[in-house]
Write a protein that binds this ligand. Structure first.
Ligand SMILES: [Zn+2]
Length: 315
């Protein structure tokens, strides 16, 4: 089975959307139904430069194993497959990640800060729309698309099953910062950033490392790279943390929503705290905490009492 329309409607969509016909792997007659196969096309997911949890999400999307209502309805016929957010269509993977009002809102919001493919390339080009889109995209764009779709899915779950507090205004800076910090951890940290050696079971050491490029931590140590995005109007923030070992391999990553932060510095401080919590989960010390907020580094490393509002985060 190759990339062929499975239904008349798919065929019509395929003609209308006319996706770039460069999925030679699919067109050559190989099946994408075997996710463990050696097809190079799966490398576009498993070798994408994104956190492992986003690769897993991508694989679930490509294999149509996300818990969208259409899939739930197939197993439990008494459930309704109608989208529980917009109510305008059946909730399949493409609807949830592309067509639904929530997905469109976040995608359009991200266009203000990221360059994304034109809307015509988000059309449903068949059951393998996701794999086709990801594989056709240039590596840099592939990373953005996987981050974006992953965040849409998280956002959706937060509304349907969580506290419903996730918002587009928070997701935009969060995605920006998450991708940025992830890249920093991979390639370059940029201009000099504050760093302090961190021993969770001991104390923060006030060493300050001036670097122009990200360097792996000393043998046996781990790097905890954190960052945060803060919305000055809503006072909400999102933070992310990426933990890497001395080989540069990512061993843990996370994000967190903060419903109220008084300032960007407080958001950065909470990002540091979240990084520390994640570090404790790895049971790996020592760790090097990396943040681009010099003010937070000063608070953490200072022996004097700091009266700023974010000081309380570390007490
Ligand atoms: Zn919907």
């Amino acid at each position: 089975m190759g990339f062929r329309p499975h239904r008349p409607s798919d065929e019509n969509l395929e003609r209308r959307c006319n996706p770039k016909p460069c999925l030679n792997h699919l067109a050559s007659g190989q099946s994408s139904s075997d996710p463990l196969g050696d097809r190079p096309v799966w490398d576009s997911i498993w070798k994408a430069n994104v956190p492992q949890k986003i690769r897993v999400f991508g694989w679930r999307t490509a294999t149509n194993t996300l818990a969208v209502l259409e899939n739930v309805h197939r197993r439990i016929s008494t459930t309704r497959p109608t989208c529980s957010i917009c109510g305008s269509a059946e909730e399949d993977t493409h609807h949830a990640l592309v067509e639904c009002t929530l997905a469109k809102a976040l995608r359009h919001g991200m266009r203000s800060v990221w360059t994304l493919p034109p809307e015509s390339e988000f059309c449903k080009s068949g059951k393998e729309w996701f794999l086709i889109m990801i594989t056709n995209a240039a590596p840099e764009m592939r990373v953005k698309l996987m981050f974006l779709f992953w965040r849409v899915w998280h956002h959706r779950n937060n509304i349907v099953h969580g506290d419903g507090k996730a918002s587009v205004s928070v997701s935009i800076p969060f995605l920006q910062n998450y991708l940025s910090s992830f890249k920093d951890a991979n390639v370059t940290l940029g201009s000099s950033k504050g760093k302090g050696l961190l021993y969770p079971s001991q104390s923060l050491v006030s060493s300050h490392v001036d670097v122009s490029k990200w360097l792996p931590p000393p043998a046996g140590a781990v790097s905890v790279c954190v960052d945060a995005g803060w919305d000055a109007v809503s006072k909400r923030a999102g933070s992310g943390a990426v933990i890497r070992d001395d080989q540069g391999s990512i061993i843990r990553s996370s994000w967190k929503f903060h419903p109220y932060c008084e300032s960007a510095e407080e958001a950065e401080a909470k990002a540091c705290l979240e990084g520390l919590h994640q570090l404790l989960h790895t049971n790996r010390i020592p760790g090097i905490l990396e943040t681009d907020c010099q003010r937070v580094v000063q608070t953490v490393t200072s022996e004097n009492f700091d009266r700023s509002h974010h000081h309380g985060v570390f007490i």
